[in-house]
Write a protein that binds this ligand. Structure first.
Ligand SMILES: [Mg+2]
Length: 418
């Protein structure tokens, strides 16, 4: 993949931005989360405070001296995680390959999403707008061919910006930047390099690796030298083999009726279970995601007594979980905008055959009579489809889907592969 398809998305001054989001009186003003003018440590500073030189990790008294109008707020820590999770949900809408590296930043591999959502720059623009509109937080994005470059690009983009490094501009982009922007170069390394006259990434690239290894130590030196030469083979985790199989369906905005939910879930379960069986896999944990119009997204999971790969059983479990999530909503007749089903905790299907015949009627056990019957039905369905195509046969709502609001390729994209 040669394009700038790795994105690094990083919320700007996250803790401080959340405080400004929750208390409008703090917006546009220099604030520090944590610490006080008398002591303690500033954990995060708003951009208005950063303009005065206030940074996270600084003693409160020093911050107050640099910025006399600085407002200290204690920080509402319970608010941070759920807001950051919602941001990650938005990122996950364009690709299953999202690697979260801290509460407020993640790498995304969008190589498989460009035919649906446009260029990496357009995808980044879409994500930035959605995070701003739906959650109310500023987020900067860097796009490049490697993780290292994407992370540097997002730092350069701050605050509230987007920087795309096209492959033919990489060296020119890195050349003048300070070494401190490199991932892994802290204040100590920066000072050591500066003693040897190395302050930019370009200068680091022109220093022989052996010399850099002497300055920074062997392992770190070799790594920094390679990065300065723009060598970074690391992939976004989740871009490779998935540990779950899932499918989702965006619905626009529809009332959550029994019929709609059953129809969409049968369709999704059919796709997920079909792919599990095609790969000789089954999984114990069923997860559903329900998104309500606006922004709220709710996830519910259930771990079953045994692994499941039958369409009907997966549909029933998913239905149960989705209604749990819907019933918790304050509105009597809520609307939904997306349903997703995934199965994780995967095991080879051969392990199912080890289950002895059971005296239970629970169809979730492959060893029970109804469980075995469902397996048999699915096997026939799979066999017919293999010969005559997917539309040839299926459970009723699956064979005749009315809900077709999403192009087929979007579905395929949203389904991570084994
Ligand atoms: Mg951040």
């Amino acid at each position: 993949m040669s394009g700038a398809t790795i994105l690094h998305a990083d919320l700007d001054a996250f803790y401080a931005s959340v405080e400004q989001l929750l208390d409008p009186r703090l917006r546009g003003r220099p604030i520090a989360v944590g610490g006080s003018a008398r002591g303690g440590v500033v954990l995060a500073a708003s951009y208005e405070a950063k303009a005065y030189g206030v940074v996270g990790g600084m003693p409160g008294w020093r911050a107050a001296r640099l910025c006399p109008s600085l407002l200290f707020v204690p920080g509402r820590f319970r608010e941070y995680q759920p807001l950051a999770d919602r941001v990650m949900d938005v990122l996950g809408d364009v690709t299953p390959a999202v690697e979260r590296i801290s509460i407020d930043e993640a790498f995304l591999d969008v190589a498989g999403s460009t035919h649906l959502f446009g260029t990496p720059a357009q995808i980044a623009t879409l994500l930035r707008r959605r995070v701003r509109d739906e959650i109310g937080l500023p987020i900067s994005v860097g796009a490049a061919r490697t993780k290292h470059l994407a992370k540097i690009a997002s730092q350069v983009a701050k605050p509230d910006g987007l920087v795309v490094v096209e492959p033919d501009a990489e060296r020119a982009f890195l050349e003048p930047l300070p070494v401190g922007l490199m991932w892994g170069v802290g204040p100590v390394a920066r000072a050591r390099l500066a003693e040897r006259g190395i302050t930019t990434i370009g200068e680091l690239a022109r220093t022989p690796s052996s010399a850099v290894e002497q300055i920074l130590g062997r392992a770190v030196g070799a790594r920094m030298s390679a990065l300065s030469h723009n060598e970074d083979p690391r992939q976004v985790a989740g871009a490779g083999r998935a540990r779950s199989v899932g499918a989702q369906s965006a619905l626009g905005r529809q009332r959550a009726t029994r019929e709609l939910v059953r129809e969409v879930l049968s369709h999704l379960a059919d796709r997920v279970a079909g792919r599990l069986r095609a790969k000789d896999r089954a999984g114990r944990t069923v997860t559903v995601r329900v998104r309500f119009p606006g922004m709220r997204s709710v996830t519910r999971s259930l771990t079953l007594p045994g692994p499941v790969a039958t369409t009907l059983t997966l549909t029933e479990v998913a239905e149960q979980l989705v209604w749990q999530a819907i019933r918790e909503q304050p509105r009597a007749e809520p609307e939904v905008s997306l349903l997703a089903v995934s199965v994780s905790g995967l095991v080879p299907q051969s392990s199912l055959q080890l289950e002895l015949p059971l005296a239970t009627d629970d169809p979730r056990h492959p060893g029970s009579a109804p469980g075995a019957a469902r397996w048999a039905v699915d096997r026939s369905v799979d066999a017919v489809r293999a010969r005559f195509g997917n539309g040839a046969v299926g459970y009723l709502p699956t064979a005749m889907p009315r809900v077709r609001t999403v192009p087929e390729e979007f579905r395929r994209l949203a389904e991570h592969d084994l």
